[in-house]
Design a protein around this ligand. Structure first.
Ligand code: HAM
Length: 420
């Protein structure tokens, strides 16, 4: 293994493509900031217990994919595989739910870790932007989150995605369904591991991707037919609100999701250009999670969108984001005196909010102009001894090649005018 190789299942974000990742994060966050969600940041690791209890002891995430470890001090920790349990833990710890101002609306952006079999769109280190609305049971909140995620994707220009929607019932109706499903599944021909899953987490069997299993699942009882009146009404309201907002969705009675905390509304955003790792985002309601981790009853709902997969979705649709060049002005000094003077102008321009860079390392004119062009700057600021002696610098438009002499003390104003 080369020393310069990132660990398996990971990759680096490097310029220029890293700018797209930042823009995607920003595009997902913008509608949240605009809708009352406050930014939260939690540690990259937590006590392993939080995820075991929160995400669920029987999930793949906890049993197979968690980076769990013991510290030298004997603490049992895990790199966070997702953000919901951490966010709720932090909200409870800070008593945010006691301010009498529910729901507590939070958004986050960060790195998550799952020891998965790497493939395109599935990594061991990946990035999510997520949102959680804690402490309120209101179908409008579920609808709000789905509408906001839809808005984010649309604002990036994506259109080849679908929203899958389901209800997983609540603590009244789900156990009844679970028992009925178990009865059905026990009669099928399944391998050892799947049989074990029937006893621990039967709904996950519905999610089995193997054709041999899917064939046998035809005729399996559907949760839809077991929903209690309260869950049915709730779900109908979510659907109506989405429809009224003009957000198209597909009812997917088989949508289960890979985390145990979900109740009622669950949804997934799938992109049709991504092959097997098509879920670009997902979420749902988790009315029981707070109690599962030792808190009070706090019905909540949220989602997380995968930044890596959203970038892949942009590629799949051939979308190039219209990102402004990182640098607007590139300064090219010719000689020692010019270096000193222009460096001062660079600092001045930066303080004035103009993105400016400088030809470091005493490059010759030709090399420096090459760097100026590569930087994407619109303008070059060039000065030699003779210009300076006259109190001037040359302002060159790098697209048209047009060059004008500008008085040294008018540089900031002239640059601003040229960029406007
Ligand atoms: P999740 O469905 O496990 O949900 O992950 C959300 C998104 O993260 C996925 O749709 C996908 O885009 C991305 N993702 C997950 N695993 C990987 C991976 N190995 N490589 C690349 N991308 C990945 C959650 O994490 C829940 N916490 C969402 C939520 C928030 N539910 C309620 N609130």
């Amino acid at each position: 293994m080369s020393t310069f190789q990132a660990p398996k299942g990971t990759y680096d974000l490097i310029p220029p493509s890293s700018a797209t990742y930042l823009a995607v994060r920003e595009a997902i966050a913008a509608p949240l900031r605009n809708s009352g969600y406050g930014y939260i940041e939690t540690p990259g690791f937590e006590n392993v217990e939080l995820f075991a209890r929160g995400v669920g002891e029987s999930t793949d995430i906890v049993t197979k994919e968690m980076y769990a470890f013991e510290t030298k001090g004997g603490d049992k920790l895990a790199l966070r595989p997702e953000g919901t349990a951490s966010t709720l833990r932090a909200a409870l710890e800070a008593n945010l739910h006691k301010g009498g101002n529910l729901p507590v609306k939070l958004w986050y952006s960060g790195s998550y870790y799952r020891y998965e079999r790497p493939q395109k769109g599935r990594y061991r280190h990946f990035s999510q932007v997520g949102a959680e609305a804690i402490g309120v049971e209101d179908p409008a909140l579920d609808a709000e989150l789905i509408i906001l995620a839809n808005h984010s994707y649309r604002s990036l220009g994506l259109s080849d995605f679908r929203i899958l929607l389901n209800s997983l019932g609540d603590k009244e109706c789900r156990p009844v369904y679970r028992a009925a499903l178990q009865d059905f599944l026990r009669g099928l021909e399944l391998d050892e591991e799947t049989r074990r899953r029937i006893e621990i987490n039967p709904l996950r069997v519905l999610d089995d991707k193997r054709e041999s299993v899917q064939e046998q699942l035809i005729g399996a009882p559907m949760l839809r037919d077991y929903l209690c009146e309260a869950c049915k009404t709730y779900h109908e309201q979510v659907r109506e609100l989405l429809t009224a907002a003009g957000v198209a969705f597909e009812d997917d009675p088989k949508l289960v999701r890979g985390l145990d905390y979900y109740t009622r509304t669950t949804f997934e955003f799938v992109h049709d250009g991504l092959g097997s790792q098509s879920a670009v985002g997902g979420g749902g309601r988790y009315d029981g999670l707070s109690e599962m981790i030792g808190g009070p009853a706090l019905p909540s709902v949220g989602w997380a969108l995968g930044v890596d997969r959203t970038v892949l979705a942009l590629e799949a649709e051939g979308i190039t984001l219209d990102l402004p060049a990182a640098t607007s002005v590139y300064a090219v000094p010719l000689g020692e005196e010019a270096r000193r003077v222009l460096f001062g102008k660079v600092t001045e321009l930066r303080l004035a909010g103009v993105a400016t860079d400088f030809a470091y390392g005493g490059k010759g004119l030709k090399n420096a102009m090459k760097s100026a062009n590569r930087s994407g700057a619109r303008l070059a600021l060039v000065a030699g001894e003779r210009d300076l002696a006259e109190g001037l610098v040359q302002l060159k438009d790098l697209q048209s090649g047009e060059q004008t002499a500008v008085a040294l003390d008018a540089v900031v104003d002239e640059v601003r005018r040229a960029l406007a």
